[in-house]
Each structure stands twice: as C-alpha cells, then as structure tokens.
Design a binder for this molecule. Structure first.
Ligand SMILES: Cc1ncc(C[n+]2csc(CCOP(=O)(O)OP(=O)(O)O)c2C)c(N)n1
Length: 221
C-alpha cells in the first residue's frame, strides 16, 4: 500500500534565537521587513511570516534603505526594518550599511548574530573567534564596525533576542528615530550548543528547562 509522507515545510529549529526576533517583528503588522540569505530566511514562512523581501546576499540593508527612502518621499509613515545574519553582514552587509548611512538613511538594521554560519553547515566566520580550521583568530567587533562606518554609538544596541520584551522596546525606540540604527541580536545558534569548542558559551546538551528568573541578559553574552 502506498503511503504518503506528511508534507513538512522547512522551519526554524526549536530554540533558534532568530525565532524571538521574528515573533517580535510579526506582532508589528505595519512593518516592512527586508530580509537576507541564511537560516533566518525561513522567517518568511508561516507561522512567522515576518519577512517581505529577499534578493541576494547582503542586499537586505540596501533594500531597506531604498524602501524607507521612497516611502518617506511619498509622505508615508510606513517603517522598514532590515534583518541580516552575522556571516552575511561580514560577507557583504557592511558595504550596504555604510552606503545607507552615507546616503542619510533612517532604517533600522537587525544583525542576527547567532555566532556561526548556520545555514551552510556551521562554518566559522570573522566574528566567531576561530578560523575554518578551528584555530583561534581575531574576532571582528560588530558594534565597532557599525560605529566606524557612521552609525552613532547611541543608536547601536546589543541584546538577547530571546528576551522578547527587551527586543520589542529596542525596535520601538529605534523606529522612532530619524537616523540609522542597528540592533545586534546576539545569541548562539541552538545547534552550536552541540559543539564542545565554545569560547563564550557553554550550552552543551543538558536537560532543557525554562528558567525565567535567571534568564541571562544581553550584557552576559
Ligand atoms: C553569494 C553567495 N555566497 C554564498 C551563499 C551561500 N550561503 C547561503 S546562506 C549563507 C550564510 C548564512 O549565514 P548567516 O548570515 O550567519 O545566517 P545563519 O544561517 O547563521 O542564520 C551562505 C554563505 C549565497 N547564498 N550567496
């Protein structure tokens, strides 16, 4: 007898830190979210349905800048948020952000820093502190890069995307500004917890429980 497998569309993993941001963004129905390429592209799929565009690697910030500029020129108060992964930011997001700042943009960029290149198989990247061969390396400093290309220090926020209230407040605050703002949503990929080698985090497999009282804040990351 022929048996058909149940269709299972790809989804973000349970415990994936990207979920927190997309949950927060999708509650803000009026936002346009310009996306990029990585695991977080799955944020475009139901039930999150929180991403409206995805063109090419690094394109989210330029797309967001273009969309917010045109909307502003048209007299619309529609707000735009761009989302981009840490690896994609290093690959080609820096130039987009630099140009958005240079061209007097005002959109909000969320860098989804899950401390790894998750989608393509957990390669290290310039922000993880290790080379592809696993040797210790200089760790690129995302907030320092943003500052160096013109984002004001007071417009750069680092937070834990699993802290939903904190993330929502930061997004609201940045959307009310008329200048470029960056939120670095920093928390490791849940699958990175399976790696023994971690510099900052020890999330190796253990019994999973939710500990609301002792939940870490972004400053612990
Ligand atoms: C020009 C180009 N090079 C490489 C790729 C393959 N690729 C797809 S996603 C990705 C990296 C995603 O990593 P990150 O932005 O950190 O997001 P994550 O998957 O960790 O959420 C790469 C290299 C691509 N799509 N386009």
């Amino acid at each position: 007898m022929e048996k058909k497998a149940t269709a299972r569309p790809p989804a973000l993993c349970a415990g994936c830190p990207h979920r927190g941001i997309f949950y927060t963004l999708s509650k803000k129905k009026k936002l346009i979210v310009t996306g990029d390429i990585g695991c977080y592209t799955l944020g475009s799929a139901p039930p999150l349905s929180a991403m409206h565009t995805c063109f090419c690697m690094g394109g989210s910030i330029s797309t967001g800048h273009g969309a917010s500029t045109i909307l502003k020129m048209a007299g619309s108060d529609q707000k735009v948020v761009s989302v981009i992964g840490d690896s994609t930011f290093f690959h080609s997001g820096i130039t987009s952000l630099m140009d958005a700042v240079y061209n007097r943009g005002s959109s909000v960029t969320i860098i989804l820093d899950n401390r790894i290149t998750a989608m393509t198989g957990h390669q290290e990247n310039p922000g993880t502190g290790y080379t592809l061969m696993g040797e210790p390396a200089i760790e690129a400093d995302i907030p320092a890069i943003c500052k160096a290309i013109g984002v004001k220090e007071e417009n750069i926020t680092i937070l834990n995307p699993l802290m939903l209230q904190e993330a929502e407040e930061a997004i609201d605050r940045d959307l009310s500004k008329d200048e470029p703002a960056v939120i670095i949503a920093k928390w490791p990929c849940i699958l990175k917890s399976l790696l023994i080698r971690t510099k900052e985090f020890d999330l190796r497999p253990k019994k999973c429980v939710i500990d609301q009282e002792n939940a870490p804040s972004a400053s612990d990351v």
